[in-house]
Design a protein around this ligand. Structure first.
Ligand code: HAM
Length: 419
């Protein structure tokens, strides 16, 4: 038997309501902040991600689904959306049409990571990118959007961590300081961290190895080496969050795994989903548009992992859904009447009334069991003596009451079903 690929998951009809519930909240919150939806292709030229996310990152180095297609082009299934959105923004000159573009998405992403609880190879993100403004209020807006969505989902056990990575110049200065600090400790670092020392020194802060953590405990912090502009912006972000009653912690060791960030970065962590605890992450990327060939234009965004969020919701029991219902089940009393039943169902279905009928030649009893299983509000009986004299019986399943209607007057039944 062929099974789904490791790290991918079917979202079955029984799960879909929770996904739709979440997506509905996401869309409402983005509408409240006036974000417009963007959809980009599932695959792009590999160079886009390599250049956008950074050659030295785990995503580009180890996790991308990259292949050469039949025309010898190297293509990659998108591991994230920011690079794709920026590509579309540049390609379609969106910045010329509008000075500030506020865009959101809900889309599958692909990363060949080791699967575990909350970590998949095909997963789904919702997220947003605002292109064209360097205002720190946009940074606050992004954090607020994420917070408001989590809040509306009923999540309580979450913490927001924020940091500033400064502009490239102050970051380069800081890296020198960090390199000096680590110079005589380098030999004691894990192998991974020694590689990072050469290639991406900030990421040593992300190491889970205990001895690395001990070494990094007393390391100098980037936040103490920030340039004036980053410092002022960070203050504005913090103040805006405080005014909006959004609880946050400053985490000077939050470095993020993608290379494009500068200034504000943030993550939202859940205490209820185990080791893969980041529900979302994001930050400012003021140089990315230029790096990808566009006119310099600041950007800020975040993305959130839907599977993880739904897991957190489940573990917190943060929302419950009403039972699914249909409006009408049409029970066929005589076998010969299936075409009549089908036609009556068609009439109501075209009136946007949800209807089910039997296609399996089931007994009346079995049809009634189906009606109950589908939580049908009403059952319409077609057949028997009533039908011969031109009548249909409608049963209200909530109170058991029945009413008789002329079979040529479906309009009257429609009025009752609409109530
Ligand atoms: P990221 O931190 O790589 O950022 O991913 C964002 C979120 O996607 C994570 O916090 C997590 O919830 C979810 N996620 C990532 N990998 C997996 C996986 N293998 N399985 C399940 N969920 C996962 C970005 O993707 C950036 N593009 C965010 C951004 C937008 N920054 C600026 N704009």
């Amino acid at each position: 038997m062929i099974k789904a690929i490791t790290g991918t998951k079917d979202i079955l009809p029984g799960d879909i309501q929770r996904w739709k519930y979440l997506e509905n909240i996401v869309e409402n919150v983005f509408a409240a902040f006036n974000y417009k939806e963007i959809r980009t292709p599932v695959f792009e030229e590999t160079a886009l991600f390599a250049r956008g996310i950074g050659e030295e990152t785990d995503i580009v180095g180890k996790e991308m689904y990259t292949f050469t297609d039949r025309s010898e082009t190297s293509v990659t299934l998108k591991p994230e959306m920011t690079a794709s959105v920026v590509r579309a923004y540049v390609e379609h000159s969106l910045g010329i049409k509008q000075p500030l573009n506020k865009l959101y998405y809900i889309s599958p992403m692909f990363r060949q990571e080791r699967p575990q609880a909350g970590r998949f190879r095909q997963f789904h993100q919702f997220g947003a990118e605002a292109l064209g403004s360097d205002s720190p209020l946009i940074d606050a807006e992004m954090i607020q959007i994420a917070y408001d969505i989590f809040n509306r989902l009923g999540l309580k056990d979450i913490s927001i961590k924020i940091n500033s990575l400064g502009v490239p110049e102050s970051r380069e200065n800081y890296k020198k300081v960090l390199r000096e600090y680590l110079a005589d400790k380098k030999e004691n670092l894990s192998e991974d961290s020694r590689v990072r020392f050469e290639k991406n020194i900030l990421r040593i802060f992300d190491s889970k190895v205990e001895s690395d953590r001990l070494i990094m405990k007393d390391a100098p912090l980037l936040i103490d080496y920030l340039d004036e502009e980053s410092k002022t912006d960070f203050e504005i972000v913090k103040q805006a969050l405080t005014r909006a009653n959004i609880p946050f912690e400053i985490d000077p060791k939050l470095v993020r795994g993608l290379d494009y960030y500068s200034k504000t970065t943030f993550e939202v962590i859940s205490g209820k989903v185990g080791s893969q605890s980041a529900l979302c992450g994001g930050g400012r990327y003021d140089l990315l548009v230029e790096q990808l060939g566009g006119k310099p234009s600041p950007g800020m965004g975040f993305a959130a992992g839907i599977e993880r969020i739904l897991l957190a919701c489940e573990n917190e029991n943060s929302f419950s859904l009403p039972d699914e219902k249909i409006d009408l089940y049409i029970t066929r009393l005589d076998k010969e009447l299936s075409t009549e039943v089908y036609d009556i169902a068609s009439y109501f279905r075209r009136e946007n009334i949800s209807v089910e009928i039997d296609y399996l030649d089931r007994s009346v009893k079995a049809q009634m069991r189906e009606a109950n299983k589908f939580n049908s509000r009403f059952v319409l009986f077609v057949g028997g003596e009533e039908f011969i004299i031109g009548a249909l019986n409608l049963k209200n399943m909530a109170d058991g009451s029945q009413q008789s209607f002329d079979k040529n007057n479906l309009e009257e039944i429609k009025k009752i079903l609409r109530k």
